[in-house]
Design a protein around this ligand. Structure first.
Ligand code: S3P
Length: 171
C-alpha cells in the first residue's frame, strides 16, 4: 500500500506521516529527507548552490523512483511537490490514497513564523510579510492540492486524530 501526504509547508505532513506509518506498521519516507540524503546536502544548500529548478528536477526523479520501487510506504512530500513536473498525475496514477492535509492561512502562518529559516521559499520574508505571502501562495497551489483523493481538515486536531482519520479512509 502506498499512502501519500501532500499539503503546504507546515501542514504537518512529516509528523502525521510518521505517526500514520507507526500505526499501520508501514515504512515511512520523507521526500525532503530522502533528497537531502541522496544529494548529501541540506534543502537550503540545494536551493542556494544549485537553484530551485535543479531541486524540482531531483524532487521529480526521486518521487518517481520511490513510487516505482516501494510498494509499501507512507510518503510525506514537500509542499511544492504536487505543483511541478506532472507530479500530481504521477501520484494519482499510482495510488488512490493521496491525502491533502489542509490548514487555514492563519494556522500555517502561526506555525511557520518560528521555523521559516530552513525553508528557502519563505526564509527571505519578514515576519509581517508571511501571512500575505502564504495566502497568495496557497491560492496558487490549492488547485493541485485539491486533486488529492481526500482532503483532511487538520484545524484543531491532534496528530493522532489526523492519523486515525486517514487510516479510516484508506482503500
Ligand atoms: C517547499 C517545501 C519544503 C521543501 C522545499 C520547497 C515548497 O517542504 O520541499 O523547501 O515549495 O513548498 P516542506 O513542505 O516539508 O517544508
Amino acid at each position: 500500500m502506498q499512502i501519500v501526504l501532500i499539503g503546504y509547508m507546515g501542514s504537518g505532513k512529516s509528523v502525521v506521516g510518521k505517526a500514520l506509518a507507526d500505526r499501520l506498521e508501514l515504512p515511512f519516507l520523507d521526500l525532503d529527507d530522502h533528497i537531502e540524503e541522496e544529494l548529501g546536502m541540506s534543502i537550503p544548500d540545494i536551493f542556494r548552490k544549485k537553484g530551485e529548478i535543479f531541486f524540482r528536477k531531483k524532487e521529480h526523479e526521486y518521487l518517481k523512483e520511490i513510487l516505482l520501487s516501494k510498494d509499501k510506504v507512507v510518503l510525506s512530500t514537500g509542499g511544492g511537490t504536487p505543483c511541478y513536473s506532472g507530479n500530481t498525475d504521477l501520484l494519482l496514477d499510482k495510488t488512490p490514497n493521496v491525502f491533502y492535509l489542509q490548514l487555514s492561512v492563519a494556522s500555517l502562518t502561526a506555525r511557520l513564523a518560528d521555523e521559516k529559516d530552513h525553508r528557502p521559499m519563505i526564509s527571505h520574508l519578514k515576519p509581517e510579510e508571511l501571512q500575505e505571502y502564504i495566502g497568495k501562495h496557497l491560492f496558487e497551489r490549492r488547485p493541485y492540492y485539491s486533486r488529492a483523493n481526500h482532503t483532511i481538515s487538520c484545524e484543531g486536531k491532534s496528530v493522532d486524530e489526523i492519523a486515525a482519520e486517514i487510516a479510516a479512509k484508506l482503500v
